[in-house]
Design a protein around this ligand. Structure first.
Ligand SMILES: CC(C)(COP(=O)(O)OP(=O)(O)OC[C@H]1O[C@@H](n2cnc3c(N)ncnc32)[C@H](O)[C@@H]1OP(=O)(O)O)[C@@H](O)C(=O)NCCC(=O)NCCS
Length: 193
């Protein structure tokens, strides 16, 4: 049973700390080249999917042990069944800035879950880390993730050519989009609407 002080509830989702038993979810992400296609830290530097999965789980578990907290990787679960469907993260970049991110299993996309989880980690960035701004990065070609950022009310801040790793033989490095949302653009209920 997840510790309720460490979990986040949204209308349809429960975000909880990762556990060792989440290895199958992480392996499902890691072993799917389509899912890792635009993920910065996955499928690169000669690491195998197995090594990537182990590295991610070790990082996620370690982040939850740190005090003060600098990063949180949440296992995204469906509230009604408890099924683990992905990852949502929030990380302090500096005193005023938090970075957020998301990954969903292919079979759980197209239902607004990433936007719902993204809204939750954005709120944590502002409330838990006291950030003045929340940012998110993605490969310029990652249209699905860009749409999530736009749905979260983020605006495109910059495009950096060549900042994303090439994942396929003969491929050129991709451009990196950075999106931002300033705290002072939040309305009263913007994070819960
Ligand atoms: C990026 C990623 C998480 C986006 O997932 P997604 O399912 O497209 O995003 P959402 O969960 O917000 O779903 C949005 C879709 O659900 C629909 N939707 C939104 N709210 C909904 C609701 N309440 N009920 C049903 N459907 C809804 C939207 O119409 C939208 O579909 P559309 O864009 O085709 O119109 C997913 O593509 C992914 O995991 N990719 C691989 C990992 C990755 O690249 N992560 C990002 C790294 S920067």
């Amino acid at each position: 049973m997840a510790d309720s002080s460490l979990t986040v509830l949204t209308p349809r989702l429960l975000l909880r700390p990762f556990e060792e038993t989440d290895a199958p979810l992480i392996r499902a992400i890691s072993f799917d080249p389509e899912t890792t296609r635009y993920l910065f830290f996955w499928g690169r530097d000669g690491m195998t999917p197995e090594e990537d999965a182990r590295r991610f789980l070790a990082y996620a578990l370690d982040a939850w042990r740190r005090d003060p907290v600098v990063a949180r990787e949440y296992c995204v679960c469906l509230r009604d069944t408890g099924e683990a469907i992905g990852d949502a993260s929030v990380e302090a970049v500096d005193a005023d800035t938090a970075e957020i991110g998301w990954i969903l299993l292919p079979g759980r996309r197209g239902r607004g879950y990433a936007t719902e989880a993204g809204r939750a980690v954005m709120e944590l960035g502002f409330r838990l880390f006291g950030a003045k701004r929340v940012i998110a990065h993605c490969d310029e070609r990652n249209a699905a993730s860009r749409r999530v950022m736009e749905r979260l009310g983020m605006r495109l801040l910059s495009v950096t050519p060549g900042a994303r790793p090439a994942k396929r033989p003969g491929e050129m490095p991709g451009s990196e989009c950075t999106y931002i949302r300033d705290k002072n653009t939040l309305g009263e209920a913007v994070l819960s609407d």
